[in-house]
Design a binder for this molecule. Structure first.
Ligand code: PEP
Ligand code: MG
Length: 538
C-alpha cells in the first residue's frame, strides 16, 4: 500500500483501476529547409485546420460539460490567433531556415515558460494550454491523427498533466477520478472535475513511470490523497464511505420537485446563481426554484466591444424561456474592481474596490446602461424576469436609476416595441445601503444581500487579498446584525429580502437565516438541494 498527497479540487471518494495517460507527442526534429516561405504557407494551412478542430471540440464540450468549461477551446483559438506567437514562429522559420513543426514547438515552449513564470495562478495554469495548442499545430503539420484515449472500464485517470483537448475527448462515463502530477487548482482538469462531481487531485507527488494500468487506487478528495494497492481493511473502509456518499446523493435527489418549506410551513425560496445562459443546465439539474443572481457582466467580459442590445435581449429571453416561468433575477452590469474590460476606457485606479464600478459606471455612462435596460425590459415581456441593481449607496441613486428606466420606457413606447417593466430590486452590499435600508425599502420591490462585498466593505478587507483570508470573517457579528436590520426594514415595508452572496450557501448559517426572516437564498446550483434539506428539517 502506498500513500501519495495531492491538492484536492473536489471532495469525493472513489476506488478503481488506474489508467495511466501517456502523451502521444512525438519528438519533433529540427530540419533545415530550402524554402522558408513554403514552410510559412504550410504553417498557415495547419493553423486553419487547428482552428476547425478546436471549433469541433468546443461544440462537443458545450453539450457535454457546458459553455463555461468549453470556453477553454475558445481561449485556444485565441492563442492561435495571437500575433506575437505567430510572428515568433514565422521569424524563426525565416531567420533560421527551419521546418515549421520545429518552429512552433520551440515557440510554444518559450511562451509556456513565460506563462509558468507569471505570478498570477490563473496565468501560470495557461502554460499547459500553450503547449497543448503548439502540439496540435505540430501534429497537424506532421499530418498525424489526433488519438483520443480509449477507456475500456471505469478508471482512475493518472497523468503528468492533462490538457483540455485531452480530457474533452475522454469518455466521461468511464472516469472515476483524475490524478495529475502537475496542474493547479485553476487548471481545466480541476474545473472539469468540479463540474462532473468527481474527486480529483492535482500537484500529486508521484512518479507515474512506476505505475501500471490496472493497479487499484483509492482517490480521496476529502483527505487530498491517493492510496495505491490498498489493503483489505482500507478497501472495506472506502467501500463503506462510497456507499455513504451515494446514499447522501440519492437522498438529495429525492428532494427534487419538493417544496422548500420548514416543518411549520414557512416557505423559503432557494434560487441559484449563474454567470451565463450556459449554466442554466446546472440550475435545472439541481431543481433550483429560480435564478436569484444572473451576473450579467459575464456577457461583457473577454470580448472587444460591449454586447449589443439584440445580443443581450436574446440571452435574457433565452434564460427566461429555459426557466419556464420561474423567476430570473438579472443583475445589471457590475463591471470594475476585479472585473475589467478594455473597451469601456476605464483607467487604472489605486483602490478599484472603492472605485468606479457597477451602478456608478452605469449612471455616469447612461448609454451603456440604457442599452442593457432596453434589452431587459424587452426580454421581461417574454418571461418572469426581475432586475437588480448592484452597489447602491443612496436613495438619490435609486431615484436616478428610476429616471433612466423611465426614459427607456418612453423610448420603447414611442418606437412601439413590446416591453414590460418588471419587479426591480437592489443589492444590499455596502454598509451605507444596509444602514439606510429603512429609507430604501419603500423605493424598491426587494432587497438581495450581497454578503461578499458587504463583508469586504464592513470589515475593510479586500476580498481579493489572499493574505487577509484569516481576517475575512463573514460570520462577524457586524455582518449578522446588518442582515437582521435589512430583513426587518424590508419586511416593515412589505418587501422580500434574500441573500445572494456566498454566505447564503453556508450550511452552518441556514437555520439562523431562516429564523432571522430571510425569504430567499440564492446559491451555487450544487448547493440547492443541500440547503433545501436543512430547511425541510427545521
Ligand atoms: C456579493 O457581493 O455578495 C455579490 C453577490 O456580488 P459579487 O460577488 O458578484 O460582487
Ligand atoms: Mg458584489
Amino acid at each position: 500500500m502506498q500513500y501519495f498527497k495531492g491538492k484536492s479540487v473536489y471532495k469525493g471518494v472513489t476506488m478503481g483501476p488506474v489508467l495511466v495517460y501517456k502523451k502521444h507527442g512525438e519528438q519533433v526534429k529540427r530540419k533545415s529547409v530550402e524554402d522558408p516561405e513554403a514552410e510559412i504557407v504550410r504553417l498557415r494551412k495547419a493553423l486553419d485546420t487547428s482552428k476547425l478542430q478546436l471549433q469541433a471540440l468546443y461544440e462537443k464540450a458545450v453539450t457535454e460539460v457546458g459553455e463555461a468549461s468549453a470556453a477553454i477551446f475558445d481561449v485556444h483559438k485565441m492563442m492561435l490567433e495571437d500575433e506575437d506567437y505567430l510572428e515568433a514562429a514565422i521569424n524563426m522559420i525565416r531567420t533560421e531556415s527551419v521546418n515549421a513543426e520545429y518552429a512552433v514547438t520551440m515557440t510554444g515552449n518559450n511562451f509556456s515558460q513565460m506563462f509558468s513564470a507569471m505570478a498570477d495562478d490563473y496565468m501560470k495554469a495557461r502554460a499547459a494550454d500553450v503547449l497543448d495548442v503548439s502540439l496540435r499545430l505540430a501534429r497537424n503539420l506532421c499530418g498525424d491523427k489526433e488519438q483520443g484515449m480509449q477507456i475500456q472500464q471505469p478508471s482512475v485517470i493518472v497523468a503528468d498533466d492533462l490538457s483540455p483537448s485531452e480530457t474533452v475527448q475522454m469518455d466521461k462515463e468511464k472516469i472515476l477520478a483524475f490524478v495529475t502530477v502537475h496542474g493547479s487548482t485553476n487548471s481545466h482538469t480541476a474545473i472539469l472535475a468540479r463540474m462532473m462531481n468527481i474527486p480529483a487531485l492535482v500537484g500529486t507527488d508521484l512518479d507515474i513511470s512506476a505505475l501500471s494500468d490496472g493497479m487499484i487506487a483509492v482517490v480521496d478528495g476529502f483527505e487530498g490523497a491517493m492510496i495505491l494497492e490498498p489493503d483489505d481493511a482500507t478497501c472495506e473502509n472506502v467501500r463503506r464511505r462510497i456507499r455513504e456518499e451515494e446514499e447522501k446523493v440519492a437522498l438529495l435527489q429525492e428532494l427534487k420537485g419538493k417544496d422548500t418549506v420548514t416543518a411549520d410551513g414557512r416557505k423559503i425560496n432557494v434560487y441559484a446563481n449563474i454567470g451565463n445562459v450556459g449554466d442554466i443546465g446546472y440550475v435545472l439539474e439541481n431543481d433550483a426554484e429560480g435564478i436569484g443572481l444572473f451576473r450579467s457582466e459575464f456577457l461583457y467580459l473577454g470580448r472587444e466591444d460591449a454586447p449589443s442590445e439584440e445580443e443581450q435581449f436574446e440571452a435574457y429571453k433565452q434564460a427566461a424561456r429555459m426557466m419556464a416561468g420561474k423567476k430570473v433575477i438579472i443583475r445589471t452590469l457590475d463591471i470594475g474592481a476585479d472585473k475589467q474590460v478594455d473597451y469601456l476606457g476605464l483607467s487604472q485606479e489605486e483602490n478599484p474596490a472603492l472605485g468606479f464600478r457597477a451602478i456608478r459606471i452605469c449612471l455616469k455612462q447612461p448609454d451603456i446602461f440604457k442599452t442593457q435596460l432596453r434589452a431587459l425590459l424587452r426580454a421581461a415581456f417574454y418571461g418572469n424576469i426581475s432586475i437588480m441593481y448592484p452597489m447602491v449607496i443612496s436613495t438619490g441613486e435609486v431615484q436616478r436609476i428610476r429616471a433612466v428606466v423611465e426614459d427607456v420606457v418612453q423610448e420603447l413606447e414611442e418606437q412601439g416595441i413590446q416591453y414590460r417593466v418588471p419587479e426591480q430590486g437592489i443589492m444590499i452590499e455596502t454598509p451605507a445601503a444596509a444602514l439606510i435600508s429603512d429609507r430604501l425599502a419603500p423605493m424598491v420591490d426587494f432587497f438581495s444581500i450581497g454578503t461578499n462585498d458587504l463583508t469586504q466593505y464592513t470589515l475593510a478587507i479586500d476580498r481579493q487579498n489572499a493574505k487577509l483570508d484569516d481576517f475575512y470573517n463573514p460570520h462577524h457579528e457586524a455582518i449578522m446584525r446588518m442582515i437582521q436590520m435589512v430583513v426587518e426594514n424590508g419586511h416593515k415595508h412589505g418587501k422580500w429580502v434574500g441573500i445572494c452572496g456566498e454566505l447564503g450557501a453556508d450550511t452552518e448559517l441556514t437555520q439562523q437565516f431562516v429564523r432571522m426572516g430571510v425569504d430567499e437564498l440564492s446559491v451555487a446550483p450544487s448547493m440547492v438541494l443541500k440547503i433545501r434539506k436543512i430547511i425541510r428539517e427545521m
